[in-house]
Design a protein around this ligand. Structure first.
Ligand SMILES: Nc1nc2c(c(=O)[nH]1)N[C@H]1C(S)=C(S)[C@@H](COP(=O)(O)O)O[C@H]1N2
Ligand SMILES: [Mo]
Length: 322
């Protein structure tokens, strides 16, 4: 066939029978409802920072999940951090997290699963194809960033360990090592830092196990060698440097709930209509873009992912389950 034809007319053998198309449409509709993985061309990303080892990703994103906002400059995303194990000042993690040893590293999976065990970081890196996903991260403090994460859906791991019928919640336990983490000397939080999700939240395809960002492995201050990213919840739900994942029948307490139960709930969904007791959550400042005196931008329901995750909370009073 000539290569210079104006556009690609399908040859008859490539034309898909109508029933197959219909079946496929049905599938797609289901997939869209679940925000399932769809191959989409990735728009141009900023050049790789060239600071750490590359972590390339297949060019896939979640349908509708990518943000059109431009990514936060790498220098800002890696120097303005919350990682209390290295200190409570925003500049502390970048300065102090160099001492974190990210190899060898293992993640224990335990509790209500048919296949408990210890996963080596190298096995986790190979578990599923790496995807790049540009997610907003909105801190409960009122600022946000836009980060091109590299990883895959946490569901990939959850499916392989086969939760039992008793598993209703998942707890994430992060590293607490006094030798490496100077912040543990302070009692700001109960160590180790623990967070949790409902099982259906953990299985949602948007919930990501991230190993990298900006095309490279995670910097220590951003949660190397692996962290969670739950884009529709306040940033603190996205635990860094995870060492243990527990499947539980009961809702676990989280470090932030233990510290201030009236301020931080288990759900912590980004919600401009439910204020923090000490400040409004209606707007936010974009790090690296909006100066201290710039007009703040409105915070979006579920951080902009309402179409994908709203159904998880149908019928729930979000003021009560904050
Ligand atoms: N282990 C651990 N994980 C953590 C935190 C922490 O202090 N310790 N801080 C959380 C908070 S409050 C936020 S906003 C995000 C910040 O992620 P970033 O520094 O990569 O932007 O990490 C979360 N994960
Ligand atoms: Mo945060």
């Amino acid at each position: 066939m000539p290569k210079d034809r104006a556009f690609d007319h399908p040859v008859s053998s490539e034309i898909t029978p109508r029933q197959v198309v219909l079946d496929r449409r049905q599938l797609m509709r289901g997939a869209a409802a679940l925000a399932a993985v769809t191959a989409l061309p990735l728009r141009a990303q900023p050049a790789r920072p060239g600071k750490l080892a590359p972590l390339p990703a297949a060019k896939t994103l979640l349908a509708g999940a990518q943000t059109m906002d431009k990514p936060t400059p790498y220098a800002d995303a890696t120097s303005y951090n919350n990682f209390y194990e290295f200190g409570t000042d925003k500049a502390d993690p970048a300065r102090a997290a160099g001492t974190l040893k990210t190899r060898p590293w293992t993640v224990v999976v335990e509790g209500e699963v048919r296949k408990p065990g210890t996963w080596d970081i190298e096995a986790l890196l190979k578990l599923s194809a790496m995807e790049e996903r540009v997610y907003r991260l909105r801190c409960v403090e009122g600022w946000s960033m836009v980060i091109p994460w590299v990883g895959y859906s946490l569901a990939e791991l959850v499916k392989r360990v086969e939760p039992t019928g008793n598993a209703k919640f998942v707890q994430f336990v992060t590293l607490a090592d006094r030798a490496q983490m100077p912040g543990l000397r302070s009692a700001v939080l109960d160590w180790p830092y623990v967070e949790g999700l409902r099982l259906d939240e953990a299985l949602h395809p948007l919930t990501m196990l991230a190993f990298g960002m900006y095309g490279e492995v995670l910097p220590n201050q951003n949660g190397a060698p692996l962290r969670l990213v739950v884009p529709w919840k306040y940033g603190f739900k996205s635990g860094k440097s995870i060492v243990r994942i527990r499947f539980l029948e009961r809702q676990p307490q989280t470090s932030w709930e233990a510290a201030a139960p009236s301020e931080y709930g288990f759900y912590s969904n980004v919600n401009p209509q439910v204020d923090h007791p000490r400040w409004s959550q209606a707007s936010e400042r974009r790090i690296g873009e909006d100066g201290l005196f710039a007009k703040k931008r409105p915070t979006l329901m579920f951080n902009g992912y309402e179409a994908q995750v709203g159904q998880l909370y149908a019928g729930m009073d979000l003021k009560r389950f904050f």
